[in-house]
Design a binder for this molecule. Structure first.
Ligand code: BGC
Length: 741
């Protein structure tokens, strides 16, 4: 063990919430609660899906609102919230009609006139409103390493969601993407705790404090609390096993950071950790989130998950007991969402004394607090005249920038890229000519796979390449589908008359449990096809369009250029063509470790023994990797002072110079290694990053401040501590040690 003293840090997490609720507002809420009947209170805690109140012939049809059913929900059952689209994305005018029907009933036909809180999954832009700006998914946003840009993306998402009349977004996902098989990997900001903290905080602030128009913010909903993202077997909604130290070291901090940033709602993990279904976990919901982190907002269940405590997990022996368990664990609102069972059971439970009314009051206070803070009481139906920029060119430009910066150049043998003007390009593969593959799940429909519903004016990769290189120079034959041959023989014949092959492989859109897979490797048919193309002897540029890192080691050496696009959104085709043509200099960096083999997945912050003796850390591409068309030279790493005492701040600075011939953007990443510790220390940990812009020959000094928080970890006693001793700072290829004493 390290020779030094252990210092217990007092920055645990009490009262971090920056959102201060004024006494006046709190007393308004108290007065309202005093006026409410038990039925009205339990109704506030009930959330129903729009599908219950509308009819559609098919997913694409305009929804027909059944006002009698809606009235039953709002007047008879006093429901506090409605969610979802009940089908595919609605036109903005349809949303306005839906919201008006709902709020009119709430305001004109109920005793207390409490507005209904509408929520949707606006996961990468307002993806359930037609014509909205659909951004890259979070995994691609994390690759940009551009915090300001991510905040802007969230602000536009808030604006366009609010422009649809909707005040609540079930995003961001703050689970860490450390299980690459998981079908929701693309909804995360990647494997790293600090990157997720920073991106998550900016996303929450962007949604909740959108400055693009007056009252254009929406409530954020961090999810899925806690530990949902690391199912041991890789399948969505299956158990995670997370010891206390790891829980506090890795999985809790992004949520704690979002609480600090003022997030007002949270959704619970649909699954279980350590054998306890999270919807019944008092320790995690009430003790940690509400008491320790000081979360003042409300907790919503995930879809049908209170019922699942009975009918799936069997920790409750009746549906009514499931409701009792969840409410007593700290769940404030149930996404029931198809019936009024929760309402009926909870009423009975309170009346018979199994749930104290004080718990109900606490839940309702939290819900009303969020409703007040969202501006819903002041303006239940937004004045739509102030949302003139919905789906505008201005927002499209930000979207294109996000897609441009998200792309990661993984390989560029002999500077094959960018391709010269006039190059004859043969484009092929299952992801080359579809918009749905660039957008993935949560686009227009839940699964995102209805290509017919995609906007006609957006470009696929083939279309964007044709636009930039000229139709005459671009030939497309798909060759293979996702997992079956299509017309590969014909494609192979045609490919030989081109100068270069752009091979677009990857995944079809999916979401949640429907995206489960048993094998992380790209389907064999795609890899075989790549090998056959390689035999033609033409240079191959591989473009990977996928929601998770599908293993492709078999063909790495057959490709001259490799561009990782993940799910770059509606402008993804254009962005990919921009990088291939050189219009844009790539600047994305991997937010996860790209695995080389299906069972060889180790994150970059591995423990010493994972790379010791015969154990070798291996990956296809490391966390933080990403090439540019220019070169950046790092020099002059400086630490000041060289020795620090507890609570001192360390200043780290470095010079970065663009020594190439092109303007470029570069994320300057600072890693820290605690050299010796009483708990084995990770190989290295990302502690700061900043994206800078440099012209050829230009040099900038980048400075970071490191504090005790960055040096701390969860000690043997499962409490956050700092230990004295030696630390190593690494930026690019430079390293320096310093001492904390
Ligand atoms: C998902 C959530 C989502 C909810 C509402 C659930 O199936 O797990 O992430 O917010 O549905 O659509």
């Amino acid at each position: 063990m390290k020779k030094s003293i252990l210092i217990l840090l007092l920055f645990s997490l009490v009262n971090f919430s920056q959102i201060k609720f004024s006494k006046k507002e709190e007393s308004k809420i108290d007065k309202l609660i005093q006026k409410m009947t038990l039925e009205e209170k339990v109704g506030q805690m009930t959330q129903i899906t729009l599908g219950v109140f509308v009819k559609r012939e098919s997913e694409e049809d305009e929804p027909m609102i059944d006002l009698n059913k809606l009235r039953e929900g709002i007047v008879k059952y006093h429901i506090g919230s409605i969610l979802n689209t009940g089908g595919a994305a609605n036109g903005i005018k349809t949303w306005h009609k839906i919201i008006k029907s709902i709020e009119d009933i709430a305001l004109k036909e109920t005793r207390l006139k409490i507005p209904v809180l509408y929520g949707v999954d606006a996961i990468h832009g307002a993806n359930y409103t037609r014509g909205a700006t659909i951004f890259p998914h979070s995994i691609a946003l994390a690759s940009t390493r551009n915090k300001e840009l991510v905040r802007k993306v969230a602000e536009i998402t808030a604006y366009e969601t609010k422009a649809s009349g909707i005040p609540w977004d079930f995003n961001p996902v703050l689970g860490l993407g450390r299980q690459p098989l998981w079908s929701r990997f693309f909804e995360t900001f990647g494997e790293d705790v600090y990157l997720t903290k920073e991106m998550g905080k900016n996303y929450v602030e962007g949604l909740q404090n959108s400055s693009l128009a007056e009252n254009s913010s929406v409530l954020a909903c961090m999810k899925h609390y806690l530990g949902y993202s690391v199912p041991l077997n890789g399948k969505d909604r299956t158990p995670a096993w997370i010891p206390e130290r790891q829980l506090r070291e890795l999985f809790l901090p992004p949520f704690a950071e979002a609480v600090k940033a003022g997030v007002l709602t949270v959704m619970i993990n649909s699954s279980e950790i350590n054998g306890i279904p999270t919807h019944s976990n008092y320790h995690v919901i009430t003790e940690i989130l509400k008491k320790e982190l000081g979360f003042k907002g409300f907790v919503v269940s995930d879809w049908e998950d209170i019922k699942h405590l009975y009918d799936r997990d069997r920790v409750a022996d009746s549906p009514k007991e499931a409701v009792r368990m969840a409410v007593m664990a700290g769940v404030d609102m149930s996404m029931v969402p198809n019936d009024y069972s929760f309402y009926n059971y909870l009423l009975e439970l309170v009346k018979e004394g199994s749930v104290p009314e004080s718990r109900i009051d606490d839940a309702v206070r939290r819900i009303l607090r969020a409703k007040f803070a969202s501006g819903l009481f002041d303006e239940p139906i937004p004045d739509y005249s102030r949302f003139k920029k919905f789906g505008s060119r201005e927002f499209e430009k930000v979207n294109l920038q996000a897609a441009d910066e998200a792309l990661i150049l993984l390989k560029n043998k002999d500077k094959i890229l960018p391709l010269k003007k006039g190059t004859k390009i043969f484009v092929t593969g299952p992801t080359a000519n579809k918009l749905s593959v660039l957008n993935g799940g949560w686009t227009i429909t839940w699964q995102g796979n209805n290509e017919e519903l995609y906007p006609k004016d957006k470009l696929t990769i083939v279309e964007a390449l044709s636009e930039q290189f000229g139709k005459r120079n671009v030939t497309f034959i798909q060759g293979t589908a996702y997992d079956k041959d299509l017309n590969s023989a014909e494609a192979l014949r045609k490919a030989s008359s081109s100068d270069v092959i752009v091979l677009c492989l990857g995944e079809m859109p999916y979401c949640e449990t429907l995206g489960n897979i048993n094998n992380l490797e790209l389907p064999k048919i795609q890899l075989d096809y790549a090998e056959k193309l390689a035999k033609l002897g033409k240079p191959i540029i591989l473009v990977l369009v996928e929601g998770r890192p599908r293993v492709f080691h078999r063909i790495v050496n057959k490709c001259d250029g490799i561009l990782l696009a993940m799910l770059p959104g509606m402008e993804g085709g254009k962005a990919i063509a921009n990088v291939i043509s050189g219009k844009v200099n790539p600047s994305g960096k991997l937010p996860f470790t790209y695995p080389k083999s299906v069972n060889g997945f180790t994150t970059y912050d591995y423990k010493p023994m994972e790379n010791f003796d015969a154990n070798k850390f291996e990956c296809e591409y490391p966390f933080g990797y990403g090439l540019s068309y220019t070169n950046f030279k790092y020099t002059n790493l400086k630490l000041s002072p060289k020795k620090i005492k507890l609570n001192d701040t360390l200043t780290v600075s470095v010079l970065v110079k663009n020594t190439g011939e092109r303007t470029g953007k570069e994320s300057v990443d600072l890693y820290l290694t605690d050299l010796y510790g009483s708990v084995s220390r990770p190989n290295k940990q990302l502690k700061r990053f900043r994206k800078i812009f440099l012209r050829p020959g230009e040099e900038k000094r980048v400075e970071f401040k490191i504090t005790n928080d960055d040096l701390s970890f969860i000690g043997r006693g499962n409490k956050r501590i700092v230990e004295t001793g030696k630390f190593l700072v690494k930026i690019s290829n430079l390293k320096l040690e310093f001492l904390l004493n």
